[in-house]
Design a protein around this ligand. Structure first.
Ligand code: MLT
Length: 316
């Protein structure tokens, strides 16, 4: 009877019950930005239901991801997370979930470049001058991040390793609070996604030095920023991607409806405009297929694990 009931539920999912998207970082940050923009675009294809964004920060996204891994597999609790799904298994000891087996993969959402930014009082006027500042201030540099396993943490670790500069990591519950402290001068540097840094760079509240992608960006605001590769860090390449997940065991009829709705949402002109205006690239075609999403995460785990280990950086 339970199976029949589950089957019936799956057919009329979502009905009028709200769907919750868990964001494993503080409100106002880049992960939250993607989730709220996506929630807006998912409402209509999910029949006009309300979609609640639930910020569950901590442990570089592990707390929020674990909450969804343990949630009822009924499609009403989803996870929006980023590259952390592929780096947390290497960076964090005793992760309270298994990325490959505790989730249903609902599709990739977007790709987001990162920018290397500094406090507004930073004297350096370009990346070359910044490297001189790094050398002069070895051992006194505070580098913000959103916790071990976060995107800013990954980028920061790789930047330290590539520039051979020891920095003090200052963890926050997300890069929204981190960038606030950067603007206030409490920390010196931050590597963060353009979805969060673009407005602050535009408002000249922070100083931007480079982008982490292999090619320069095309947004009017960021197109003149050099890549870290052309600035001398030859192998440096970090692009953050976001995916949508449900707990393992969510019925196929439900995950199909969610993936169908995601495909519609990613074509929503308002969603695309918002995301592209902040430097993000919205996923399309087969990247949004669950099978491709699962394959991509496995490939990212295989890619980042040796890079992280070669950089000699581990969790606390
Ligand atoms: C990260 O660094 O992982 C994210 O920027 C955290 C956030 O979304 O606040």
């Amino acid at each position: 009877i339970a199976a029949a009931a589950a089957g019936a539920h799956a057919q009329d999912f979502p009905g009028s019950k709200p769907v919750t998207i868990v964001v494993p970082f503080a409100a106002g940050g880049p992960t939250d930005r993607v989730a709220r923009d996506l929630a807006e675009a998912l409402r209509k294809p999910l029949g006009g239901i309300s979609i609640v964004v639930d910020n569950v920060p901590g442990a570089g996204s592990s707390i929020g991801a674990a909450k969804v891994a343990r949630a009822a597999p009924d499609g009403y609790t989803l996870l929006l997370n980023h590259i952390g799904m592929a780096t947390v298994p290497t960076l964090v000891r005793n992760v309270p979930f298994k990325v490959e087996s505790d989730f249903e993969y609902l599709g990739i959402v977007n790709d987001v470049p990162m920018t290397l930014i500094a406090k507004p009082s930073m004297k350096a006027n370009n990346y070359k001058e910044l490297t001189a500042w790094l050398a002069e201030n070895k051992g006194k540099i505070n580098l913000g991040n959103a916790g071990v396993g976060s995107a800013s943490h990954l980028c920061g670790l790789l930047f330290q390793s590539a520039t051979k500069t020891e920095m003090t990591p200052v963890p926050y519950k997300g890069t929204a609070p981190a960038i606030t402290d950067l603007i206030g001068g409490q920390i010196d540097l931050l590597c963060d996604q353009t979805t969060n840094t673009s407005p602050q760079i535009e408002a000249k509240k922070v100083k931007a030095y480079a982008v982490t992608t292999s090619k320069r960006l095309s947004t009017p605001l960021l197109k003149d920023l050099p890549t870290l590769q052309e600035s001398g860090l030859k192998d440096f390449q970090v692009t953050i991607w976001h995916g949508l997940y449900a707990p393992k065991g969510t019925p196929a009829a439900v995950t199909k409806k969610l993936n169908d709705a995601l495909k519609v949402a990613l074509k929503d002109p308002d969603f695309v405009k918002k995301q592209e205006g902040l430097g993000a690239v919205v996923a399309s075609d087969n990247r949004v297929e669950p099978a491709e999403h699962k394959k991509f995460v496995a490939a990212e785990i295989a890619k980042w694990s040796p890079i992280i280990k070669a950089a000699g950086v581990y969790a606390d």
